[in-house]
Write a protein that binds this ligand. Structure first.
Ligand code: HEM
Length: 411
């Protein structure tokens, strides 16, 4: 990869352009040229090194962006329901509010509990693959993102939460519309659509919760509704809504990108695809970890210093915003040999794609399981799968992945 020599602010600024979003990796290396952490201005630190990111994510004095931090960073944000709808959730909470909420929701996502979904996910994947076979018969082109990668995660999380199957494609479209606001998009049209989608989805959730209170079912909404009361130590109404919204949106596009990146990389690396098809022990596990490292769905997160702290010896004063580029940390040459090479056989994995520390992704076991089932199943079902055109990335940076990838499935 040719690394451009750019001033720090120039390289960082270019990440906000359409060209930068299409391929941000050379810009990450240009930033790395200024150090594993570098000051964009006196209250803004950008971090691209693996050790520095891992340390920052675990520092209790570096908080996630909550409502108070939004007031500073994005005045006027409260006018947007697409942002307000999340700020009561665990992802936007700190300290006690965060641990209380996480403690009340996390039981549903433990690895043993998630493993129980194995057969359900397999069955869902098979049904979607059958549908793809029909759509793609006689060589008709099929978009693997729209027809498989985005449908499986929404089907899985909808089933866990207890959302009706008929509404799943609608959820997917609502969740996509909402996601632009958390991506830092300030285009008025996109924000308006995001707000409208959030209002519609919130109304739907509120009705569903009421319904489940009266008619309990064997699903996550019923369980979450039962831990929601006004009492301290439980979820408030806003927290219940916020966390349902996060579960639906945080797990959907991200996992969809993990799966579609996995398909794209399998076509680029036929030897690894063959190992997935053969069902080699651990092949799917290693392959999934390497997709996460090499082409992570979440490129960046941020933290706010609530008191003076330090990062690997560097003083970080209170009030600093710390921008953590996880995708750059995953390609830190100090941590990974030949980081720009896709190599599922590498041993020192542990990418930061799911974050680290107190906010480590709650859905990581679920996302991994979906990819480990979906990718071998797709490759086995369609041994002659081939790209019709180059994959197209969505014009986004924070959660980055494929918009479309058109294939023939060879049936
Ligand atoms: C490949 C798929 C996924 C990726 C790459 C991903 C990535 C992340 C990252 C990086 C964070 C931490 C953000 C930070 O510290 O600032 C996070 C948090 C979170 N993720 Fe995921 N995620 C994925 C799938 C899922 C799924 C399937 C779910 C649930 C259904 C989920 C639910 C959550 C929740 C609830 C949090 C907040 C945890 C907390 O604040 O304590 N994610 N995710």
């Amino acid at each position: 990869m040719a690394v451009p020599v750019l001033e720090l602010t120039e390289a960082f600024g270019a990440l906000g352009t359409a060209q930068g979003r299409q391929d941000p990796y050379p810009l990450y290396e240009a930033i790395r040229g200024h150090g594993d952490r570098a000051w964009l201005r006196k209250d803004r630190l950008v971090v691209v090194g693996y050790d520095a990111c891992a340390r920052a994510l675990r520092d209790p004095l570096l908080h996630v962006q909550d409502g108070a931090a939004y007031d500073v960073a994005r005045p006027g944000w409260r006018a947007h329901s697409s942002l307000r709808g999340f700020t009561d959730s665990m992802l936007y909470s700190n300290a006690d509010a965060h641990s209380r909420q996480r403690g009340l929701v996390s039981f549903a996502f433990t690895p043993p509990r998630v493993r129980q979904l194995d057969a359900v996910i397999e069955e869902m994947a098979d049904r979607l693959l059958e549908r793809m076979a029909l759509l793609g018969r006689d060589g008709a082109p099929v978009d693997v993102v729209a027809e498989f990668a985005s449908r499986l995660p929404i089907a899985v999380i909808s089933t866990m939460l207890g959302f009706p199957e008929k509404d799943q494609v609608w959820f997917r479209d609502m969740a996509s519309a909402i996601a632009v606001s958390t991506d830092g998009n300030t285009d008025p049209g996109a924000l308006h659509r995001a707000d409208a989608a959030m209002d519609e989805l919130s109304g739907y959730f509120a009705e569903l919760v009421e319904h489940r209170r009266r008619h309990p079912a064997d699903d996550l909404v019923t369980l979450l509704a039962s831990v929601h009361h006004g009492d301290p130590g439980r979820l408030s109404h806003g927290e219940l809504m916020g966390n349902m919204m996060v579960l639906l949106t945080a797990g959907f596009e991200t996992t969809s990108f993990l799966i579609s990146h996995g398909v794209m990389l399998a076509l680029e690396h036929p030897a690894h695809a063959a190992r997935l098809r053969a069902g080699e022990p651990e092949a799917a596990e290693r392959y999934t970890e390497e997709i996460l490292r090499y082409e992570p769905p979440v490129h960046v997160t941020s933290r706010w210093a609530v008191a003076d702290t330090e990062l690997l010896g560097e003083p970080v004063p209170a009030g600093t915003k710390v921008v953590l580029i996880l995708a750059a940390a995953n390609r830190d040459p100090g941590r990974f040999d030949r980081p720009d090479r896709f190599d599922p056989d590498r041993t020192q994995a542990q990418p930061l794609s799911f974050g680290a520390g107190g906010h480590f992704c709650l859905g990581a076991p679920l996302a991994r399981l979906e990819a480990k089932i979906a990718l071998p199943a797709l490759l086995r079902r369609f041994p002659g799968i081939a790209a019709v055109e180059a994959p197209v990335y969505r014009d986004r940076w924070v959660v980055r992945g494929l918009d479309t990838f058109t294939l023939t499935v060879g049936t």
